[in-house]
Design a protein around this ligand. Structure first.
Ligand SMILES: Nc1ncnc2c1ncn2[C@@H]1O[C@H](COP(=O)(O)OP(=O)(O)OP(=O)(O)O)[C@@H](O)[C@H]1O
Ligand SMILES: Nc1nc2c(ncn2[C@@H]2O[C@H](COP(=O)(O)O)[C@@H](O)[C@H]2O)c(=O)[nH]1
Length: 204
């Protein structure tokens, strides 16, 4: 029987670099993870593409999909809905493919209750001042929204203990290496190789 894929959840406060680290990770040739594209009701930022960065939907459509139970998890975050469509994740896991979610904390907690066997990684900035600096220099948020995201960020960091791993994002490449090492170790823990070798011994 084929192993189910791993469900890997990367979360952490707004602006810590989840998107940056995820993109760097997916650009590496030795990484074979499948990214689950989220749905959101927020407006696309400059350069964002529907179906690549997010599936951009109206609030009406999103609420209809919630009614139809089409999300593994969803959350309202700083005034917009975000959610993980269930079908893609279920299909990948059943086919033995590893799926990668990059989501905020409320959503990650929901995923943990449904998929306790998932691998939950919390990305941390080197300091809170560096976090504010990153949100500010990204230049996508107004002053009010930056302050809003910083208030939420402190509450999010308090949830760190609910995760299996905490990874510091001091440098993007180092953070990627740490995440790759976690994925490899989790594969070794769960693989059916033990069963294979036990059967090999019994067959002797
Ligand atoms: N290790 C790093 N060192 C310095 N800057 C970084 C690092 N990682 C990310 N950044 C910068 O921080 C800013 C925020 O990064 P990013 O948008 O990836 O964060 P995020 O956690 O996905 O944010 P959000 O949750 O709001 O979507 C970007 O300008 C990015 O270039
Ligand atoms: N609960 C979920 N959170 C999600 C999902 N997709 C993205 N996110 C997180 O939302 C915030 C804000 O994102 P931004 O693109 O507006 O900056 C960030 O923390 C994302 O990781 C999702 O499907 N569910």
């Amino acid at each position: 029987m084929r192993d189910r894929g791993l469900l890997i959840v990367l979360s952490g406060p707004s602006g810590v670099g989840k998107g940056t680290v995820r993109k760097a990770l997916f650009s590496k040739e030795d990484v074979s993870l499948h990214y689950s594209i989220s749905m959101t009701t927020r407006n696309p930022r400059e350069g964002e593409v529907d179906g690549t960065d997010y599936f951009f939907k109206s609030r009406e459509v999103f609420e209809q999909l919630i009614e139809e139970d089409k999300f593994i998890e969803w959350a309202e975050y700083v005034g917009n809905y975000y959610g993980t469509p269930v079908d893609y994740v279920e299909q990948c896991l059943a086919e033995g493919k590893d799926v990668f979610l990059e989501i905020e904390v409320q959503g990650a907690i929901q995923v943990k209750s449904k998929f306790p066997e998932g691998v939950f990684i919390f990305l941390m900035p080197p300091s809170l001042s560096e976090l504010k600096n990153r949100i500010t220099t990204r230049g996508t948020e107004t002053e009010d929204l930056i302050n809003n995201r910083m208030t939420v960020a402190k509450e999010e960091i308090e949830m760190m203990d609910a995760y299996d791993y905490v990874v510091e994002n001091d440098q993007v490449d180092l953070a990627c290496d740490r995440i790759k090492a976690i994925v490899q170790a989790e594969h070794c823990k769960r693989t059916r190789l033990r069963e294979k070798y036990k059967q090999m011994l019994e067959a002797e």
